[in-house]
Design a protein. Structure first.
Length: 169
């Protein structure tokens, strides 16, 4: 092999990499969104199972430190699953904490819940107390990538926008 052949081969590889890079970004974003969505769905299912099996109220809330719930609707820094039978909507002892995911999502994905509800609470019969909750997963450009919706019956489902949609604030 001569130096010219090696340079031509390197040039062809560089050109292919430049052409393939934009499509790889979309693939990586979809995979990050899928991973964050499944992590959230798994924790919602675990919260429901915990409430039913322990015959108490289980709650899932946004958390930054893994021990307390935050007062915001931003779930991007992690969440906390705890038992909260006394109604104060926070874990009272470290034994009340069932699971913590800090941080569960990629730093490229923003996870935010609907404004009226900051946490998901499951009753001992598996129902979700309160109104429906929508948790939106968005990219750093402010585009909605997916939603996780929890209804009053406690069922969590996902939805993807069919057209480009702005992320809710």
């Amino acid at each position: 092999m001569s130096l010219v052949e090696i340079l031509v081969g390197a040039f062809i590889l560089a050109t292919l990499a430049i052409v393939a890079l934009p499509s790889m970004e979309g693939l990586i974003e979809r995979q990050r969104t899928r991973a964050a969505t499944y992590a959230l769905l798994n924790n919602l299912a675990l919260a429901r199972l915990t409430a039913v099996s322990r015959r108490g109220i289980a709650a899932l809330c946004p958390s930054t430190d893994g021990t307390t719930c935050t007062r915001s609707s931003d779930w991007s820094n992690g969440w906390l699953l705890f038992l909260g039978c006394d109604g104060n909507r926070r874990p009272d002892t470290p034994d009340d904490i069932v699971r913590q995911d800090i941080p569960p999502a990629s730093r490229h994905i923003r996870v935010v819940s609907s404004a009226g509800r900051r946490q998901v609470r499951y009753l001992p019969d598996g129902r979700s107390a309160g109104s429906n909750l929508t948790i939106s997963l968005c990219n750093t450009k402010g585009r909605l990538l997916a939603r996780v919706i929890v209804n009053n019956a406690g069922r969590a489902r996902t939805a993807r926008p069919r057209t480009p949609t702005a992320c809710p604030r």
